[in-house]
Design a protein around this ligand. Structure first.
Ligand code: ADP
Ligand code: ASP
Ligand code: MG
Length: 437
């Protein structure tokens, strides 16, 4: 039998109407046996995702009035959902257990994971499928690293195709029995783990758009849909801001030929986007997509004859390593090097300390910090061995009077990365989009 794993995102779990659409989708195809769910997302603009409420509950767990006010919102959302769906599940019992658990837990992970846990309990009744807790089948090592081998065996041995199951996304279990979550948006990763474990024919990822688009639909109105994307292109685009799918989602699927099919819960007729291992033979577009990410700082270092100074790079990078700072890109010239660093690593303006340390190590002629940098990625297998892509990108930016602060192209030639001021990011995405599509 054909076997499908379906992951439904937060908007697909937001209210009764969305849940009924999910029920129709699952019931319309017998091969949809395993269902992974997210916590309920926003119902309207300005609404708060359940996961965000849970993180806030954890932060306020020692302030009873604040905690109660937040938890009552969560209680109300789930109680309403169960009543609207006319279910028999004793949701009060589960909510009491979760409320108590958050007050006692030592880490935010337990609290954050409960959105998916409660939703999966509800969806098991809606779909008439067994509830299988992710903590029983998704495991981490003592160091907190996802344990792919153990997990894969457990998933394969626990899940029965005849019965099917609903599994909460976003978390697994540490060897000491505590809960650990993946990074935000991690239910996409859970879906891939389950698809790998049961060797599904396809991993369907159901969300609120018709598929993976050539750029962010919140920036460009109604962008062209991508019909086929490679695992590599997906990773580049989603890492750089195309938030429709978690960038790690393809890891569990490496070594298999399981495609990911992005689908729209609110328009199930649309065939969506297929993300596949190999796109050789795909008919030719120069680029596949454009994405952008805010929140970077550039440290520019200048020193005459830098290129001749053996060990220069190593000395600079060792300073970053001592501060546990990750480096996103490092374009270099003969006498210059630029360090592009995510702002999330520069807690408490540590860049000023860094600069002093770098001065001490390599004695540069000049060192300068640029804040509010954003990175744009122009991605596609079609651009390799094909002249003219970069020219088109930079012509579009120049015509729009956008100043380019950094350029980086990897030797794989699957992407061009361009740094611009954050104030120019959306305009830059828009003009590049219109130059290509
Ligand atoms: P879910 O809750 O289903 O996991 P997400 O909010 O994580 O959904 O992802 C879907 C959203 O991703 C879309 O509503 C859209 O606004 C956003 N998005 C960003 N970039 C893209 C893109 N290139 N293509 C499609 N959607 C995108
Ligand atoms: N609910 C989690 C989050 O908001 C995980 C997910 O939705 O994938 O990040
Ligand atoms: Mg998501």
């Amino acid at each position: 039998m054909n076997l499908k794993v379906c992951k439904f995102g937060g908007t697909s779990m937001a209210d009764k109407d969305a849940v009924m659409k999910v029920k129709d989708i699952v019931n319309s195809d017998k091969s949809r046996r395993f269902v992974v769910v997210s916590a309920p997302g926003k119902r309207f603009s300005g609404d708060i995702k359940v996961t965000d409420l849970l993180y806030r509950c954890f932060e306020e767990r020692d302030i009873p009035a604040a905690f109660d006010a937040l938890f009552s919102k969560i209680r109300q959302r789930y109680t309403e959902l169960v009543e609207d769906l006319k279910l028999t599940i004793d949701i009060k019992k589960y909510l009491d257990e979760v409320e108590d658990g958050i007050k006692k837990c030592g880490r935010a992970d337990y609290a954050a994971s409960r959105g998916e846990y409660l939703t999966a309990r509800i969806m098991a009744e809606v779909l008439g499928l067994e509830f299988i807790d992710a903590s029983k089948i998704i495991k981490f090592t003592v160091k907190g690293v996802f344990d792919a081998d153990t997990t894969n065996d457990l998933v394969a041995n626990t899940l029965s195709i005849n019965k099917g199951a609903v599994i909460p996304g976003f978390y697994g279990e540490m060897p000491d029995g505590s809960i650990k979550t993946f990074t935000r948006g991690g239910s996409d990763f859970t879906g891939a783990i389950i698809a790998r474990g049961v060797m599904a024919d396809v991993y369907e990822n159901w969300t609120d758009v018709d598929g993976f688009m050539t750029t962010d639909p919140r920036i460009v109105h109604n962008p062209v849909l991508i019909d086929t994307l490679s695992y590599e292109e997906l990773r580049e685009l989603s890492y750089m801001g195309a938030s429709v799918l978690h960038p790690d989602s393809t890891f569990p699927l490496q070594g298999t030929h399981i495609p990911i099919n992005i689908r729209n819960t609110f328009n199930p007729e649309a065939q969506g986007t297929y993300i596949v291992k190999d796109v050789a033979g795909r008919s030719g577009r120069l680029i596949t997509g454009i994405a952008g990410r805010k929140g970077f700082t550039t440290i520019l270092i200048k020193k005459s004859m830098m290129n001749a100074e053996v060990g220069f790079c190593r000395k600079v990078l060792s300073v970053l390593e001592n501060y546990n700072i990750s480096l996103e890109h490092m374009p270099t010239g003969i006498d210059t090097m630029s360090l592009i660093i995510p702002d999330s690593d520069l807690v408490g303006n540590v860049e000023f300390e860094l600069i002093e340390k770098i001065r001490g190590r390599v004695n540069p002629d000049l060192i300068y910090v640029y804040k509010d940098i954003s990175l744009l990625a122009i991605v596609g297998h079609g651009m390799s061995h094909q002249a003219g892509t970069a020219a088109k990108v930079f012509m579009a930016l120049a015509t729009a009077d956008i100043n380019v602060k950094m350029i980086d192209q990897g030797s794989s030639e699957i992407n061009i990365i361009v740094g611009v001021s954050t104030a120019d990011l959306e305009k830059a995405i828009s003009v590049i989009y219109h130059a290509f599509f």
